[in-house]
Design a protein around this ligand. Structure first.
Ligand SMILES: [Zn+2]
Length: 325
């Protein structure tokens, strides 16, 4: 009798659940900037889970057991691609078939650039304004010299979100995938994505204005993350201390950057919150250079729908503050 009552109760609960609103799909997102876009589009439906939380860097991340469990239970997984979240490659291969995995770097319509190899970037061959849609083979321009060990940096620069036009392409793809996984909330996803795209356009105009006084002032960054921002807004990154934080720069590269900093005089060298500022001290030693902080993967920011906007604004105001001194 007791058993029957329990069964009755649980089947009543099972019937009751869908009669309200269908549950949100279980969505997992690799990194904060992308998570922010997904969170915006899921507003009012549910909240996506984030893998690289807090101050961790996607370049040096180690999976936790809770991350593996989240991936196992997911209906939909968004990541940029193997060049960005290398730690996810194996876990995604070994997943069960339940989840749809969306590799955002494969979305049609993105502007893409090749990774640059040398520490000091070659100047652009011609002034090109904001001409998008064609790649620049900086690796070939630099003569293909590798001074960062044998790490593989072939292929495209994967910091795609730092061009808001790419973020809009992502938003459209994220909306499409969410609507496919969860048709019941398609109208909400559509409206949220349209709102997000409008907000991104306003952000883009705002950044253009913020950085316009410092466009001609070259600066040095910690890792080569900013090509998309550079091409969109015409700011001038003159070199990066490392290609990517998983590979520490060799002595030759450090020497080259140090020389560049001296040549540039009162430039700015930007550290990133996830990484030791020691290398920034080394390359600015004995020069008039100032230092600032840029956070292209939002390690210091709180996750959520506003993070993308906070991150892009922080980059542009940090550039303006340091470079207009
Ligand atoms: Zn990066």
């Amino acid at each position: 009798m007791k058993l029957a009552a329990t069964l009755l109760l649980s089947s009543a609960a099972m019937i009751a659940a869908p009669s309200a609103h269908a549950a949100a799909p279980d969505v997992v997102v690799s990194i904060k900037p992308i998570h922010s876009l997904v969170a915006s589009i899921m507003k009012g439906v549910g909240e996506p889970k984030l893998i690289v939380e807090g101050a961790a860097s996607p370049h040096t991340y180690n999976m936790r057991p809770s991350n593996a469990a989240a991936l196992q239970n997911a209906d939909l997984i968004f990541w940029v691609g193997h060049g960005m979240e290398a730690f996810l490659e194996k876990p995604l291969e070994s997943l069960g078939s339940k989840a749809t995995v969306v590799t955002l770097e494969e979305t049609p319509g993105l502007t893409k650039y090749k990774f640059r190899e040398g520490g000091v970037f070659e100047p652009e061959a011609e002034e090109e304004g904001h001409d998008h849609g064609h790649g620049h083979d900086h690796a070939a321009e630099a003569g293909g010299d590798h001074d960062d060990g044998d790490h593989d940096h072939e292929g495209n620069d994967v910091h795609l979100w730092l061009d808001p036009m790419n973020a809009k392409v992502f938003a459209t793809e994220i909306e499409k995938q969410l609507a496919q996984a969860d048709a019941e909330h398609a109208a909400t996803y559509q409206k949220n994505a349209a709102d997000l795209i409008k907000r991104i356009d306003a952000l883009d105009a705002e950044i253009k204005e913020t950085v316009s006084p410092i466009k001609d002032k070259p600066f040095i960054v910690f890792h080569d993350a900013y090509q998309y921002f550079e091409h969109r807004y015409g700011v001038k990154v003159a070199g990066s201390i490392t290609v990517s934080p998983e590979t520490m720069p060799g002595a030759e590269r450090i020497k080259e950057i140090h020389q560049k900093v001296e040549d540039l005089g009162a430039t700015c060298v930007f550290a990133e919150p996830q990484f030791e500022p020691k290398l920034v001290k080394v390359v600015t030693e004995g020069s008039k250079a100032r230092s600032g902080v840029l956070d292209p993967e939002a390690g210091a920011l709180t996750e959520g729908p506003d993070l993308y906007f906070d991150m892009m604004r922080a980059i542009s105001t940090s550039l303006k503050t340091c470079l207009s001194q």
